[in-house]
Design a protein around this ligand. Structure first.
Ligand SMILES: Cc1ncc(COP(=O)(O)O)c(C=O)c1O
Length: 306
């Protein structure tokens, strides 16, 4: 099944802007079975023959991979243990637990600390009968997007000028980006990066100190091994306040998506300002249902100045 493309051009007021207003599209990954783009890599990673020999699947996640793995694991009859940073929304924990997974919340510390969620998962994965799925290093993550997300975009948007997504593991941008460039090297692959992440600055050759931000699932303070910076053409950084404003616009049109979609829409609008007339597709990676206590909660938004 291909996820739908929706046209956001009018919603974001682009159609009235001059002779070459451009087109803003969104790829609605909420239509995947568990409501996020992560069903794609999870389905592919679970084809691994090591799954059969494991009674327990372990994964480090920003939440969406964990939700997808929890559901898949319960269908396969496997125990699922997921590690996640405390920063992430409680709704994600709830969805994982409802599907039968065990969730270990870890402090928001860098990879140099053994308490970091990725290090905790790697350690747990070493136990007898456990398999660490390892989306951050598993090549099947990239392959899933190379074989599905990229070709779908080429099929669905014939005059695509740019694809915009965030990077958590880098699987989406690396896999889909390679597929797009292979077919048409003129398509720009654009990193949507939260302000505070070090990935966008790295692409520009700047090494910066990470700063905290609230958007979930993308950006970070380390370079994900699967992210091929060679496939990226440019990056735009979007702060939490701008992401929240775009989410309000989307919600008003009953487009129920998660925090990172505010970032990808912001980056796509910035790209359109630099490339008037372009056709741009932003990844809308996950559903708003997992953000009930946070990005979907006015009191939380107000508390955080959003
Ligand atoms: C919430 C969320 N998770 C994951 C991703 C993509 O992650 P990855 O780089 O791991 O493929 C995105 C991309 O925009 C996202 O918004």
């Amino acid at each position: 099944m291909s996820t739908p493309i929706i046209d956001l051009t009018e919603l974001f007021g682009l159609s009235g802007r001059g002779d070459a207003p451009g087109r803003l599209l969104g790829k609605l990954e909420t239509a995947n079975h568990t409501g996020s783009v992560k069903d794609r890599p999870v389905e592919r990673m679970l084809r691994d023959p090591r799954v059969a020999g494991a009674h327990t699947l372990v994964e480090a996640t920003g939440g969406n991979t964990g939700i997808s793995l929890a559901v898949a694991g319960s269908m396969l009859g496997k125990r699922v243990i997921v590690t996640m940073s405390r920063k992430m929304s409680p709704g994600k924990v709830r969805q994982m637990e409802e599907a039968g997974a065990e969730v270990i919340l870890c402090p928001l510390v860098g990879l140099d600390s053994p308490a970091n969620f990725i290090n905790v998962a790697r350690q747990l994965g070493e136990a007898e009968g456990h398999w660490y799925v390892d989306q951050f290093n598993n090549p099947a993550n990239v392959e899933a997007h190379y074989e599905t997300t990229g070709p779908e975009l080429l099929e669905q948007v014939r005059d695509l000028d740019a694809f915009v997504a965030g990077a958590g593991t880098g699987g989406t941008l690396t896999g889909a980006g390679r597929a797009l460039k292979e077919r048409n090297p003129g398509i720009d692959v654009v990193l949507a990066d939260p302000a505070g992440s070090t990935l966008g600055p790295h692409l520009r050759g700047e090494e910066t100190e990470p700063a905290p931000y609230l958007v979930e699932g993308i950006g970070g303070d380390f370079l994900p091994p699967l992210l091929d910076f060679g496939v990226l053409d440019t990056a735009y950084q979007v702060d939490d306040a701008e992401a929240a404003a775009h989410l309000r616009t989307l919600a008003a049109a009953a487009i129920d998506v998660g925090s990172s979609s505010g970032t990808t829409v912001g980056a796509a609008l910035a790209y359109l300002r630099d490339h008037p007339g372009a056709t741009v597709c932003a990844l809308l990676a996950d559903s708003g249902d997992r953000y009930a206590e946070t990005w979907r909660n006015q009191a939380w938004l107000t508390d955080h100045g959003l």
